[in-house]
Design a protein around this ligand. Structure first.
Ligand code: ADP
Ligand code: MG
Length: 313
């Protein structure tokens, strides 16, 4: 199969929170239902674009952690293994949904799909290891949290385990992904930001951390030569005064506006800011267009009709 050289490469980052909505517990049926609309849109887009899908895993990795903690009979696995497990489970859900949607469009025989277990290299001296900030997993009371064998932090929801969130340096499987994309395979990769690894001599060693999937996606985009980057989440785009009565969604956001609004406190570190930062990095690296949009408005965002478009200033 020869890929059409003129087909642009579109990277879509699906939010883990958009696959398990706020009022849901995360059953398989719920997650498959939530995937239908975005995956149908991606299936349609695959006629015009070469496609890479990345995805988050916040709620899913949290559920796995909770499952582990409620079962003493089976040995507990470290976070790197839980991230790998979520790449498998979410990759499978995306792949099987995509298969059905491509079939419904009648283009399944022309498309190959592959889900890749992906490692992402981080720096063992990253300052994030000294200051774990990323909340994962269940919410605890203050007394429960004090008894846990790992650091916890008080968040808006209650006490939660916090882990280090180091910066992604390079995607280990970038050559494989490049080759697959050249052949017009649809590639699902970098799930949950990738399995964080450090280099030890000639091998890689997993570490107890989680990488932000939007920053990992921006790094992948640069390493693979992506043209268009869409970050799909559970809100319509980037807002000023988010959650307040005067909340206002933005159609465009320049670099300068982004930095100013961030200084004014509009964009929290752990959620919307990494998406904006990822979009800015992508454009700074030569990408053509970057948008942040709702999970059911991916097509409209690609055509510039929905979401917040980040524009170089
Ligand atoms: P994902 O799983 O897609 O990575 P996150 O929860 O990390 O989702 O980030 C998206 C969330 O960011 C939204 O659900 C929203 O609650 C929050 N958010 C905080 N500030 C803003 C803002 N200024 N504009 C839009 N969303 C915001
Ligand atoms: Mg996130």
């Amino acid at each position: 199969m020869r890929a059409d050289k003129r087909k642009k490469i579109l990277l879509i980052a699906l939010g883990g929170n958009a696959l398990i909505r706020g009022n849901q517990t995360g059953t398989l049926a719920e997650q498959l239902e939530n995937l239908k609309v975005p995956i149908r849109e991606i299936a349609r887009l695959s006629r015009e674009y070469r496609i890479i899908i990345t995805h988050g895993n916040g709620p899913q990795v949290g559920n796995l952690q909770l499952q582990q903690e409620s079962c003493a009979a089976v040995p507990r696995m470290p976070l790197e293994i839980l991230v790998a497990q979520t790449q498998g489970q979410i990759g499978y859900m995306i792949e099987s949904t995509l298969d059905s949607e491509l079939m419904a469009l009648g283009i399944v025989t022309q498309k190959y799909i592959v889900s890749l277990i992906s490692y992402v290299v981080v720096d063992e001296n990253d300052p994030a290891f000294q200051n774990p900030t990323k909340p994962i997993g269940p919410v605890y009371s203050e007394e429960q949290a004090a008894a846990l064998p790992y650091p916890t932090r008080r968040t808006a929801k209650g006490y939660r385990r916090v882990v280090a969130s180091p910066r992604p340096l390079t995607i280990v499987e970038k050559r494989e992904i490049r080759e697959l994309i050249k052949r017009d395979f649809i590639v699902i990769c970098c799930g949950g930001g990738g399995i964080p690894v450090i280099r030890e001599g000639r091998s890689f060693c997993g570490v107890d951390a989680v990488i932000d999937k939007d920053l990992a996606s921006a790094r992948l985009a640069r390493e693979v030569g992506v043209d268009i980057f869409v970050i799909a989440t559970d809100v319509k785009g980037v807002a000023l005064h988010y959650g307040q009565p005067d909340q206002q969604y933005l159609r465009t956001l320049s670099f300068e506006e982004a930095l100013n609004y961030r200084n004014q406190g509009h964009f929290p570190e752990g959620s919307i800011w990494p998406k904006i930062e990822a979009g800015m990095q992508f454009l700074g690296d030569g990408g053509q267009a970057a948008s942040i949009c709702a999970i059911d408005e991916i097509e409209a965002a690609v055509f510039g009709k929905a979401g917040t478009r980040i524009i170089p200033s």
